[in-house]
Design a binder for this molecule. Structure first.
Ligand code: SF4
Length: 216
């Protein structure tokens, strides 16, 4: 399995913001989002090729409850289930960060952290609502939408209209921002949207703390 980087940091986004976690970034993503902050992990061979056993040893060497499997797009990796089965334990909490382009069932995953890509990211593939629905129906989840402008709310509303059984408390809106300046400038717009809709405003701690620095 090709892993781009492994690093210990704080979860920067979502319900577990601020929780110290070990990040395992799987190489490979085909979506090509314009504002992607991990373009260096797009290529399927952008990293080190580990056996699952070696990767397990490397991950478990760090004493931490929280492990975040990110990418790239981890759900596109054929070895994901094998890796998760190797590291799963009642003492560990596993988050998968995904854009919902693929569905895999029965993964030992405690939080499916889904960030469906809107038109503001100009993804290569449109959102597949069927795949997204399966993830929502079969995992504990959060839905993190990246908002760049107020009009994005119309697209989020259309997306939600096509889904069933979405818990509104699981919907988080994050600013599209690569720098702390952009992040700060977009927060008031997001605050107004969240007051209107009841969705939760979710700042991006990694942008506030480290801007575009890699592996922090
Ligand atoms: S889905 Fe995520 S990793 Fe893939 S291009 Fe988009 S932002 Fe980057």
């Amino acid at each position: 399995m090709i892993v781009n980087e492994i690093f210990y940091s704080l979860q920067g986004e979502g319900k577990l913001i601020g929780v110290p976690s070990l990040f395992v970034r799987i190489a490979g993503c085909s979506l090509g989002c314009t504002w992607c902050d991990t373009k260096y992990a797009w290529a399927p061979d952008a990293g080190t090729d580990y056996s699952i056993e070696d990767l397990k040893q490397k991950i478990l060497a760090k004493e931490t409850r929280h492990i975040v499997i990110t990418g790239g797009e981890p759900m596109a990796s054929p070895q994901l289930a094998e890796l998760l089965t190797a590291i799963a334990s009642p003492n560990r909490h596993i988050t998968i960060e995904t854009s919902a382009i693929e569905y895999i069932g029965d993964l030992p995953c405690d939080l499916m952290s889904i960030s469906p890509k809107l038109a503001n990211a100009a993804p290569n593939d449109p959102l597949n609502t069927e795949t997204l629905q399966k993830l929502i129906d079969n995992y504990d989840y959060q839905l993190k939408f990246v908002v760049d402008r107020p009009e994005d709310l119309n697209e989020i509303a259309r997306c939600l209209e096509n889904l069933k059984n979405v818990n509104p408390y699981n919907i988080l809106l994050m600013p599209q921002a690569a720098t702390i300046k952009e992040h700060t400038e977009k927060l008031p717009m997001l605050a107004e949207i969240c007051k209107q809709t009841g969705f939760t405003l979710a700042p991006r701690l990694q942008v506030i703390l480290w801007g575009q620095q890699r592996g922090k």
